[in-house]
Write a protein that binds this ligand. Structure first.
Ligand SMILES: [Zn+2]
Length: 202
């Protein structure tokens, strides 16, 4: 049986056949022009929720930022190392995307770690705990999926603390979306910001 790393190389061969051999014009358009994705998508690093696979996207369509639990930090102009913020800045100010999607999901390991920490579980991880504290407080008996949905709302609020996001949204150039993927049921929900409810979309 092939090891995963060998299957990845074989997978690249299929990718190459599908794009470089069958649709070379498409590839050349992407390579010779600059990228012009219409969507920036913030997703979890979880191996089970790859946004390009979930949305059947093609190269050039999605500008993706992935981090633990699909969190958006608040705008902080402190000269530190803000990877997610840098990607958002580039997507909104330079690529001028028309839509920003935060995609989080059920069964999220990051969220479970947060709930476990609230229950007194001690972790010696250097970076995970401060990062997960972005999600805020949660009850010790909290359902991780409920925490995840609340966190998605918080990330949307944080997204709006970036002046360039605020400006683009106010001018009608940028739409924000909160999506939540129920992995077990295979259902994609979208947050209705007017009602605060998650509505099944697909
Ligand atoms: Zn996750």
């Amino acid at each position: 049986m092939l090891k995963t790393i060998d299957r990845m190389i074989a997978g690249f061969r299929s990718f190459k056949a599908a794009y470089y051999e069958q649709r070379p014009e498409r590839v050349m358009t992407l390579v010779e022009g600059s990228q012009s994705p219409e969507v920036v998508l913030i997703a979890c690093s979880d191996s089970r929720v790859d946004p390009a696979i979930l949305t059947n996207a093609e190269p050039g369509e999605l500008f993706v930022v992935r981090n633990v639990a699909a969190l958006v930090p608040p705008f902080e102009n402190d000269g530190r190392y803000h990877g997610t913020s840098a990607a958002l800045e580039y997507a909104v100010r330079d690529l001028k995307v028309s839509d920003a999607v935060i995609l989080s999901h059920s069964n999220c390991g990051g969220v479970k770690a947060l709930v476990a920490a609230r229950n007194g579980s001690v972790s010696d991880r250097t970076f995970i705990n401060p990062w997960m504290s972005l999600m805020g407080e949660c009850a010790t008996d909290a359902d991780p999926d409920v925490v995840s949905k609340e966190s998605l709302k918080r990330s949307l609020a944080n997204l709006r603390t970036f002046p360039f996001v605020q400006a683009a949204e106010a001018a009608g150039y940028l739409r924000l979306h909160g999506w939540w993927f129920d992995m077990k049921a295979g259902v994609l929900y979208a947050l209705n910001e007017k009602t605060g409810e998650f509505e099944a979309r697909a």
